[in-house]
Write a protein that binds this ligand. Sequence first.
Ligand SMILES: Nc1ncnc2c1ncn2[C@@H]1O[C@H](COP(=O)(O)OP(=O)(O)OP(=O)(O)O)[C@@H](O)[C@H]1O
Length: 333
Amino acid sequence: MDGTAKPGATPITLDRLRKVYPDGTVAVDELSLDVDGGDVTVLIGPSGCGKSTVLRMVNRLIEPSGGRVLVGGEDVTRADPVRLRRTIGYVIQNVGLFPHQTVRTNVGTVPRMLGWDRRRIAERTDELLELVGLPPGQYSGRYPHELSGGQRQRVGFARALAADPVVLLMDEPFSAVDPINRGRLQDEFLRLREAVRKTTILVTHDLHEAVKLGDRIAVLSDHAHLEQYATPAELLAKPANEFAERFVGEDRGIMRLSVTPIPRARLRPAAEAGDDAPRVPAGATLREAFGAMLAAGNGAVVVTDDGAPIGALTAADVQVLLAESNPAPPSLR
Ligand SMILES: Nc1ncnc2c1ncn2[C@@H]1O[C@H](COP(=O)(O)OP(=O)(O)OP(=O)(O)O)[C@@H](O)[C@H]1O
C-alpha cells in the first residue's frame, strides 16, 4: 500500500482513453490514469459509468476510439491482440470456464495455446491449483458443474495466472459469490498477492471490496470521468468533491477504522488497560483493536510488540483518533 513501483512489475498508463460505441454512446471520455507496477487499482462507480469498457480496452476486447493504453510502456493498440491477451490475465464474474473440460484442462488453456509441453503444463497447473487452495489430487479431474461457485472462481483465477501474465484484469470477480465466500476469496486474493505480485486493475461496485483490496481507488462518474484517484485511506478521510463524498457514504467512518493503523505514539501506559484486556499486535488496525474490545466486552486493549506489552488503547481513544483525522462536514456532525 505504499504506492511506489515494485521492481520488475509492469506499470499501466491510460492516456486520454476514449470509447464511443457505434450508436454514439460515449462510454469513456478521455480517462487518464497511472497504475504503478505491482499495485492493485480499483475502478469503482455507478452502474453504466464505463468501468468494464475501460477494462476491456486494456486487453483490446474493445478497441479504443481514441487515446492510448501503455502496458510496460508499450502501446497495446499497436500490439497483436491475440498475443496481448496471452500476456494479460482476465478474470470475470461467473468465470466463463469451459463446461465440458476438466479443471486441469481449463487451467492449462493459455499454456497449451502457447505450445508448452505437457509436463510443464501439468506442473504449472498443479502448482496453481495448490496456490488457490484446490489440492490437484482432489480437484483437477472435476468438471466445472462439480464445483461450488467460489471454487469455480478460484479455477478462473488459476487459469488467469497460468501463463504468468504481466498484468491482471478483474471484472467484478467476486460478485457472483455469496457474502461469506466472497470474504474468503478476497482474503485469498490478498494472500496470493503477496506470492504473485501482478499489476492489477479490478472493477467492483462494492466500496468495502475496493477499500479492502485496492492500493488505490479510482472513483468514476458517468463517461468514466475521474472524480478522485487516491489510496483507500485518503479517499475515506478526504473525499475530493461532493460526488466522491456521496459515493463513499455515511459509513466511511467505520470503514476508516480498517485502514488506520494503531498509532504507537498515542498509546497509554499498558497498565491502564486492566488485567482482563484483550491483546492486539502493534501492526493491527483501529478496527482490529475495536473488534477485540467488542469481542471481549472490554473498553480497552493491550497493544503488544513481539508479545510484549507496549501500551494500551481505549474505545474513547479510537473515537478521538478517528475524529482528529476526519474533520466531518457540519452536515454529518
Ligand atoms: N456495445 C455497446 N453499444 C452501445 N453502448 C454500450 C455498449 N456496451 C456498453 N455500452 C454503454 O456504455 C456505457 C458504459 O458501459 P459499461 O458496461 O462499461 O459500464 P459499467 O460501469 O461497467 O457498468 P456496470 O457497473 O453496470 O457493469 C453504458 O451506458 C452502456 O449502456
